[in-house]
Each structure stands twice: as C-alpha cells, then as structure tokens.
Design a protein around this ligand. Structure first.
Ligand code: DLL
Length: 432
C-alpha cells in the first residue's frame, strides 16, 4: 500500500479531542481573514472546551462569501496560495475558494481515505470522468488517485465514445463520474453493442456532485456490474471528499478530523434531534488559506446513528435529501433560477415570464427554458426568432456553464401563477 491513513482508526474520544484542538487553531487562523476579524473579537480559543462549543462561533453563508469577494476570507498571505477554485452563487456571482499547498495535500488525503475504504489500490486503473477546471470534481479526485498509486486517467467529462474506448483499451477498474452521466454512458454502451459486464473491467464507481436516489445507484451498479459509492462535497469546503461511503454503503462518513459537522433546523438554526432531517453546517478544521466557520451548505441530511460495522467512528450522514434554498443541480452544475432570469433580462425581446423544466430523457438531465416574448407578432418572423433563440442559448450557456434548450412563446402563453411565480418544474425523479 503506497498510502496509509491513521485517522480512520481514531476512537470517538480521540476525534472529539482532536476537533477541540483544531477548532481553537481554526479560530486563531480565521481572525486573520478581514471578513471574520471583527466578528470574532469576543471569543477566545479558551472558550472552546468541547466540539459543541462550535455554536459560539458565527454562521457563514454564501452571501457573506459574496460580500467578501475577492480577498475578504483569505486568512493566509497571498503568496502561500497555490490554487483557486470558483463556485456559483445565489445571483450567479461566483465566489472564490483558496488553497495552500498543505490544503491541497489534506484534500487529497480526505478523498484517498474514501477511495481506500472502497477497496481501491495501486493496482487499479482510475478513470476520472469529472470536469477538470474551476469545478472541483476532476482535480479533487485526481491527486487522491495518484496518492494511492492508481494509474490515473484524467479523462474529464463528456466525449462518451472516447470514454468507453479508454475503459476498454486500458482496463479501467475505478471510475469517478456524475451519476446522471453514468446512465448516459450505459445508454451509449448499449447503442454500440458493448456489454459492460463482459467487455469492461469496472468494479468500483464513485458518484457525486449532484443528488441521486438509491434506485439510481442500483441502476448504475446493475448496468456496470460494479459497486457504486456516494461521495459528497462542495467547493467552499474543498470539493469532493467532505464525506464518503465506506464498503457498507450505508451513510457517508464525514472526515471529522478535517470538518466539524452540525445538522441544524434551517429556520431556527438550532440543532435537530439525532436522526432528524436538517441543514448540514460545516466548519473547516485544518484549512489554512480559507478557514470557514459554520458554513451553511443548504444541503438537507440526517445523521445516521450507531456505530458503523466498518470500524470507523467518524460520524455518518445520509445521502443529500434536498436543499433548503432553490438551487438546482443539473448534470453536476449548480444553477439558481435567478441566474436564468438575469441572463434573460439582457434581451429586450423577452417578456417577464419564463418557466424552467427539468427532465431526464435518455438518462441525462435536460433543462428547457420556456421564454415568453415581449410583443405579439414575432411568431411570423421565424428566421429572426431562431437567431434570437440561439443568442439566448449562448447567453445562458455562458451564465450557467451548461447547455440548455430554449423555447420561445407568444406573450401571455406561459401560465401565470397567483402569488409566488412557479419558475421550476422538476420532472427528473418521476422518470428515474
Ligand atoms: O459538486 C463537489 C463534488 C464534485 C462533490 C464531485 C462530489 C463529487 P459544488 O460544485 O460546489 O461542488 O456543488 C456542491 O453539489 O452543496 C450539493 O448540493 C451537491 N452535491 C455534491 N455532492 C453531492 C452528492 C461539488 N453526493 C453541491 N449527493 C452540494 C447530492 C451533492 N448532492
């Protein structure tokens, strides 16, 4: 084994002690960030006596990150930062996340821990089918694969025929992929007459980046003849690797030596009783460049009680059961309806009403934006309208980083709801 990790064998008491110490250090580091300096003037590290004292710290939200752009949450000297990622925000304005070299090493260790728990070894060929770039999915797993010693193929996302060709040609045994894209790959295999059980060697698949059901996991497992492990994370913490499933496939172990997790009622912001659904709130424990205190993920989970038979005493959370805000995840890309609205407002020809429909034909998320036109009579000018549709498509693609379909409608043609407008119709789960 090229890489070992002692933290998985820590007892509960050891994890608690480690969290208290790390929380005190985090508090000291966070003070160096301009956005936290004033908010932490009343609290000293000695006030932290148990992990529950995290509740003495202020909550941090996406809006705070946005207000602090670009450098407000940077707690280390700029010259110590070796990487930046970028994540989308409630009004489409993305926020930056900074990493020191040490932050990147610890991130790779978190992901490697989950990969090892699923039985990945240096003998594996790891095809990483997640986007590389500002999105954290690709690079997040890449260095973990190399740390373990896998032959790592940075395939990136898309180009399905080539992906299958790589899997066949190099005997890829481990994949990392967006769950909806995994179904797409199976669909293409079927079309090409490739039987994944007989013609491919995939035995372990990590999925994450978007919500998915237990049924979807089973479909991917059956299709590939492989075990599928859920991996959770978000750019604000690092990316993938905040919590991952072990071989039991029952709940995701939070890397509790790196993240302190709370589950709060999103309205009262009080802790929910163990086992009940609430919003996951995370505090980084080791981050140097950008410590975040009690970050509201908006992801709804519950804690899985009891000791996991795998032996790890790191707390387990359920799969993500929903969001406490209106963010949609489409093919792994985070989309806020307001981003769509903002893009549409750029067009004089477009009226006030629009509806976003999500469905999943051919097992891949599709987002269609029905757009009502500002004036009647456009329906005759087909050429002009097609050009307009193309421009709106391009504008939405640049805003969302996601290809969407656009339909144009006569003024008054889209339903108008009384009260809060119904902007999103999500049919995806009806079809899975
Ligand atoms: O999606 C990081 C990631 C990449 C995780 C690849 C796992 C695998 P963001 O783009 O910042 O980061 O999006 C984070 O995606 O708050 C969840 O709402 C959703 N999400 C991520 N993983 C899962 C999952 C990455 N396993 C947001 N199940 C999060 C359900 C997930 N939702």
């Amino acid at each position: 084994m090229a890489y070992g990790d002692d933290a998985v064998t820590l007892s509960r008491d050891e994890i608690d002690a480690l969290q208290v110490q790390a929380l005190r250090e985090t508090l000291e580091r966070a003070r160096r960030a301009p956005a936290y300096a004033d908010r932490l003037s009343d609290i000293s590290p000695n006030d932290i006596r148990g992990p529950e004292d995290v509740r003495r710290l202020p909550l941090t939200g996406k809006d705070d990150l946005r207000a602090g752009m670009p450098w407000g949450f940077l707690a280390a000297p700029r010259r110590d930062v070796v990487r930046m990622h970028y994540s989308s925000g409630t009004t489409g304005l993305a926020t930056a996340v900074f990493h020191t070299r040490g932050d990147l090493e610890r991130w790779a260790q978190c992901v490697a821990r989950g990969m090892l728990a699923a039985g990945v070894t240096e003998d594996d060929v790891f095809q990483n089918m997640m986007g590389y770039g500002l999105f954290t999915g690709g690079l997040g797993f890449h260095y973990a694969g190399e740390l373990i010693g896998c032959m790592t193929i940075p395939a990136g996302s898309g180009n399905t025929e080539r992906q299958i060709h790589l899997m066949q040609g190099f005997g890829s045994s481990v994949l990392h992929i967006i769950p909806s894209y995994a179904l797409r790959v199976l669909h293409v295999c079927e079309g090409e007459g490739i039987d994944p059980h007989a013609d491919l060697s995939v035995r372990v698949i990590f999925v994450g980046g978007e919500p998915h059901s237990e049924q979807l996991r089973r479909r991917i497992e059956d299709g590939f003849g492989a075990k599928v492990y859920n991996c959770y994370g978000l750019s604000e913490m690092c990316g993938p690797g905040v919590a991952m499933e072990c071989a039991q496939q029952h709940g995701l172990h939070v890397c509790e030596d790196h993240y302190l997790a709370e589950v709060l009622d999103p309205e009262t912001l009080e802790p929910v009783p163990p086992g009940e659904l609430g919003e996951l709130v995370l505090t980084t424990l080791c981050r140097e460049a950008m410590p975040l205190l009690r970050y509201r993920t908006r992801d709804i989970v519950h804690v899985i009680e009891g000791e996991c038979p795998c032996g790890s005493r790191h707390a387990r959370i359920s799969r993500i059961e929903g969001r406490s805000d209106d963010m949609l995840v489409v093919r792994g890309v985070n989309v806020y309806p307001l981003q769509v609205e903002r893009a549409l407002l750029d067009f004089d020809e477009v009226g006030r009403n629009y509806v976003i429909t999500l469905d999943r034909p051919a097992d891949l998320d599709r987002m269609t934006v029905a757009v009502e036109l500002a004036q009647a009579g456009f329906a005759d000018e087909m050429r002009r309208l097609n050009a307009l549709r193309e421009r709106i498509c391009r504008r939405l693609r640049s805003e969302l980083d996601l290809g969407v379909e656009v339909e144009l409608h006569e003024p008054g043609a889209l339903p108008v709801s009384e009260g809060k407008a119904v902007r999103v119709i999500d049919r995806r789960n009806q079809e899975t």
